[in-house]
Design a protein around this ligand. Structure first.
Ligand code: COA
Ligand code: AMP
Length: 637
């Protein structure tokens, strides 16, 4: 890295003088009152960035650009091949829509600090709802539309929202999925009482409205536009639930100040964008990528963002991404590797690419899971632009490691997440907290303070924040990922060290699936593991022990458990395979040896752990995995 003088000096400065470095970055944000304290402590005695600054995130995303004379520039393009629609919003138009909907919420009595759940498909109103919350200081919590009612209900109970915003339906390929029955079911399961539900009616399927339901359009018609409410840097902008190791999702809290500064910085330092350019993140507003890089960051930076309602394939074909890039002159594109694996499967030679002029594209970013080298090379071969794998998490809200294209581009190394992003002091630690030498794999941790934008706590559960992130390695933030640095300083992220798995770029907890499977009357015990999959990266598979006297064969129990997980968590969990066994391998103290089962599924063999209570069970598990054809599908490297 000797030649990387600009990157190295910027990185060093961010680590040696975090407050000075981030004060400088904060100057690029238009605060109502610039923070006096750059890095302080919050009421939990945790690091707090810009706590006494005053700002409004919707103002930074929209009004600021209108005030600066860029009101006519395009802020958002809604491109929906599944409905045959393309709609453009200028910054002024989007600001007006947001102000109107914000006014509608104010009319319902929603105030700063109130929580609002957003359960919507990929339509502009989802972004409008998020920005409208930000405008009035309400805290939004977006729940991915693929989640089943029970998952929505658990988020409602935790966030305790006053209002729920939804649409009448979503569209999956050519299937119309009615949302209102799912919302009604969630509201009937949840203990928390949501006062009102606002429903956006889509022509594909009109919802029947009940006594506490309001029609979105009618509500907006009667509303008085609302202005931007000043909030403090430490006021929460949103809560985004993510999977942890236990069944209960964690409410990652994002503050307004750190988020605005970090995302603004990322748009220049990592993605190298300028105002007016088109930035496209093909993800979903239900995930962190959607929050950060469909809604907030591109708009903070004055870019045009694209909200795409469709899939990389079959909407209508595997050329749809290239069509969107060509139609809207996308400069920077960001999506999950799994999307490209889906395209490559349908169009291995990328022959559809030839029909489109994608010369506007300057760089391609991938994240959500490790990009397998085969997919990386396929992309490099067919698109003559730099391909950048970068690593981040819901918790951080922006990249921890990347190719810093706006500071000094490096050549990306296939299989690696590239270099630490300024602000993140990444260390590889052993289980007893010792820094490990180059090349040795361990826990990937970040020395505190974390840079701005990262979670300050878990919603209403600071103890869980401490247990999950700060206590495992004192002085560090525990990422939950394992990996190593190579001799040139490139970081390789090799996978989670906990029970979180990553299925087609969707983060899921095996513990949560186990809890659902265990509820089946026939199941005595179960273990859910992530196994390699050629398309999805990983998929879950279950090993179940049936209760005595149960008379279901393996296919029957599989069909029932698959249906339960689809119904309780969602189809996107891709829980499809089950093997029945007589026992599960456990340590002598009774802990299920998931890691051993996983190794068997991935490699076909396993060393018998010294702690196992009954080694013979491993042979049975191996036979069961082979019988059910579970595993060994994807080497992943
Ligand atoms: N609502 C309802 N159902 C949904 C859904 C949603 N929002 N999203 C997915 N599903 C369903 C699918 O229809 C499918 O149902 P089926 O089993 O009845 O066919 C099932 O869940 C599996 O979905 P998935 O694994 O996502 O496959 P897919 O073929 O629908 O889509 C990809 C494949 C690659 C396009 C998709 O997984 C994807 O976009 N992943 C990237 C996620 C992401 O952006 N992560 C953030 C990091 S960048
Ligand atoms: P999420 O919180 O849904 O964004 O998922 C975060 C997790 O996805 C990380 O902890 C990693 O396990 C994985 N992940 C995300 N991006 C990458 C990447 N570029 N390389 C390897 N793993 C990644």
């Amino acid at each position: 890295m000797a030649h990387l003088s600009r990157y190295r000096s910027e990185y060093r400065r961010s680590i040696d003088d975090p407050a000075g470095f981030w004060r400088e970055q904060a100057q690029r944000v238009e605060w109502f009152e610039f923070p006096r304290t750059i890095l302080g402590r919050d009421s939990n005695d945790n690091d707090a960035w810009f706590a006494d600054g005053v700002l409004n995130s919707a103002y930074l995303a929209l009004d600021r650009h209108v005030d600066a004379g860029r009101g006519a520039a395009t802020a958002l393009i809604y491109d929906s091949p599944v409905t045959g629609t393309v709609t453009r919003y200028s910054f002024a138009e989007l600001r007006d829509e947001v102000a109107q909907f914000a006014g509608a919420m104010v009319g319902l009595g929603i105030e700063k600090g109130d929580r609002v759940i957003i359960y919507m498909p990929m339509i502009p109103e989802a972004a409008i709802a998020m920005l409208a919350c930000a405008r009035i200081g309400a805290i939004h919590s977006v729940v991915f539309g693929g989640f089943a009612p029970r998952e929505l209900a658990s988020r409602i109970d935790d966030a305790a929202p006053r209002l729920l915003l939804t649409a009448s339906c979503g569209i999956e390929f050519d299937r119309v999925i009615a949302y209102k029955p799912l919302v009604d079911e969630a509201l009937s399961i949840s203990r928390h009482n949501v006062e009102q539900c606002v429903v956006l009616q889509r022509p594909q399927c009109e919802a029947e409205l009940g006594a506490t339901d309001l029609d979105w359009a009618a509500l907006c018609r009667d509303a008085v536009p609302a202005g931007c409410v000043p909030v403090s840097g430490s006021d929460p902008l949103y809560i985004l639930y993510t999977s942890g190791t236990t069944g209960k999702p964690k409410g990652v809290v994002r503050d307004n100040g750190g988020h605005a500064v970090a995302l603004t910085y990322s748009m220049s330092a990592i993605y190298d964008t300028s105002p007016g350019e088109v930035f496209w993140a093909a993800s979903d507003v239900g995930w962190v990528v959607g929050h950060s890089y469909i809604v907030y960051a591109p708009l903070f930076a004055g870019c045009t963002t694209i909200l795409f309602e469709g899939k990389p394939v079959r909407t209508p074909d595997a050329g749809t991404f290239w069509r969107v890039i060509a139609d809207h002159k996308v400069s920077v594109f960001f999506t999950a590797p799994t999307a490209f694996r889906a395209i490559r499967k349908e169009d291995p030679e990328a022959s559809l690419l030839a029909s489109y002029d994608v010369s506007s594209l300057r760089s391609l970013f991938v994240a959500g899971e490790r990009t397998d080298p085969a997919t990386f090379l396929w992309l490099e071969t067919h698109l003559s632009v730099p391909v950048v794998d970068h690593w981040w998490q819901t918790e951080t809200g922006w990249a921890i490691a990347a190719n810093p294209m706006g500071i000094e581009a490096v050549s990306s190394k296939p299989g690696s997440a590239n270099l630490p992003v300024p602000g993140y002091d990444i260390c590889i630690l052993s289980l007893d907290h010792e820094p490990l030498p180059v090349g040795e794999q361990g826990d990937v941790a970040v020395r505190r303070p974390l840079p701005p934008g990262c979670l300050p706590t878990v919603w209403c559960d600071h103890e869980r924040f401490l247990d999950a992130y700060l206590r495992p390695h004192p002085g560090y933030y525990q990422t939950g990922d394992g990996g190593f640095f190579d001799e040139e300083g490139y970081l390789f992220i090799m996978g989670r060290t906990d029970d979180v798995i990553n299925v087609a770029g969707h983060r899921l907890s095996t513990g949560e699936m186990e809890a659902v499977v265990a509820e089946h009357a026939a199941v005595a015990e179960c273990a859910v593991i992530g196994i390699g999959d050629a398309d999805k990266g990983q998929v879950p598979a279950g090993l179940v022990v049936l209760k005595d006297g149960v008379n279901l064969d393996e296919n029957e129990i599989q069909a029932e458990l698959v249906a339960i997980v689809r119904g309780q968590i969602g189809a996107f969990a891709n829980f499809r395979r089950i093997a029945v066994v007589s026992r599960l391998p456990k340590t002598r103290s009774g802990k299920i040896l998931r890691r051993s089962i996983r190794t068997m599924a991935d490699r076909g063999d396993v060393e018998t752990p010294a702690t196992i209570d009954d080694p013979a069970i491993l042979d049975e598990i191996q036979a069961a995995l082979a019988r059910r054809q579970i595993g060994l599908a994807f080497a992943g490297s």
